[in-house]
Design a protein around this ligand. Sequence first.
Ligand code: ADP
Length: 484
Amino acid sequence: MLRKVLTYINPIAQLGNPNYSFIFPLSLNIVVATLLEIYVHSIVNDPTIVAVYAIVFFIAIIIYTSFRDGIQGGFISTTFTLGYYLYIVYTREYTPEQFESAIETIVFLGVIYFMLALIIGWLKQTVDRLIEREANEKNRLRTIVEQLPVGVIVTDSAGQVVMANKRLDSILGTRFPLGFQIGSKSLFDIKNNYKKVTPSKGPLAQILTGKTSLEDEYTITRKDGKNLYLHIKASAIFNREHKLMAAAAIINDITQRKEIELRKDDFVNMASHELKTPITSMKLYISSLEKQLKELKDEKAITTLQHIHDQTNRLQKLVYDLLDVSRLQTGKLTFSKEKFRLDELIQETIDVMKSSHSTFTISFKEKQPITVDADRFRIYQVLTNLLNNAIKYSSKSNEIHIMLHKSNHYAKVSVIDFGIGITKDQQEKIFERLYQVPDNKTNTFPGFGMGLYISKEIIKRHKGRIGVKSAPNQGSTFSFTLPI
Ligand code: ADP
């Protein structure tokens, strides 16, 4: 109650409220004038001294009411004050000279009071309009965010959720609690790459602890048991002084698309499994046929069979890649780690490559003994992919370098070619699934865009990094790291 009264009479609390009162300034004036009359008549018994008090009190009331109720409040007080002054002049016993001078003073004060009421009231109304405009702008923004077709969460710099829109609620199937502290606990069972995400590693928690932006896919289990695939993009919002002001996340429900993709992956997985067996048998038959032809010394047929053998190998590699891609997509690619010498594996891979690409010189520079704990076969696969690409995309040069060195508890392998190179904008995309650099002369370089994707995933799951530095027509350097 007291708080209500205080808010009602506090002019600062009324800023931004354009409902100016008529009654309040009028009543205030009447009350003050009545109290003054009682005071001078009944307490001090000297009605002539009222003018001194009246000038002091009523100037304060004019300032106060114009600040509280705008020009209207100021004018009401001014009019009442002047009326009261006239009442005093007429009811007190003044000599004609005193009376004349009093009227002059009232006219003079009247002009000043009206100007005062006008200036203060106008200031107050301008502030109100500005506050209202800002509030409208905020509301407009809030309404837009509310109705965006994507889920939105905004937190303050301390990680407390200040905004969560309707679309988010419909995605999550429940009202997202405003004021929720990010990082304190999990509202849902969230997974990323088939691994549970702890509250402190959630997308917004990462932004609040220093990451500037992040984009990834997550799966969540809703309270009603429904599993969803979400694409979450989170980013830090800084003020002009580059200090973290807020963190925001945009959440897209990609369940439908993901389910179709999974069905496609299942199909590819099944098809490649079915293809694997006949290809293996074909290779066995080819070998036995090769033996027979060698006995018959039929050189022409042997050469033809060699071509069939090469093509079957390509087919087999393709089927294995397809199988790997679908395993990666469904989280079924497993690794069996062992300790081995990375330098020896590189040398072995080079030797195998040299036997099938004799026109290329592959030199292993900066060789040094480094042991890693990794899946040997999968790392061999990465090396073969990178070397095969280096050979495939070398136009004029037939030279390839491999380098191995240690840096900060990591082994770094670089495969350097001097071929066609890759433009900057393509460099980010080539590691995506099934991405190939668009080629005007279609089919110059056969392939499916799976090799780099598989390599990236293998390295990522070994907690390493893979990347490329390249310039068109000068060549490319593909490097990956593995923890030692
Ligand atoms: P693929 O070679 O089967 O098309 P990859 O995933 O291995 O698929 O490579 C993706 C794309 O990256 C290729 O289409 C090619 O355009 C580009 N690329 C890969 N390696 C190189 C390289 N060493 N030099 C130039 N371009 C490359």
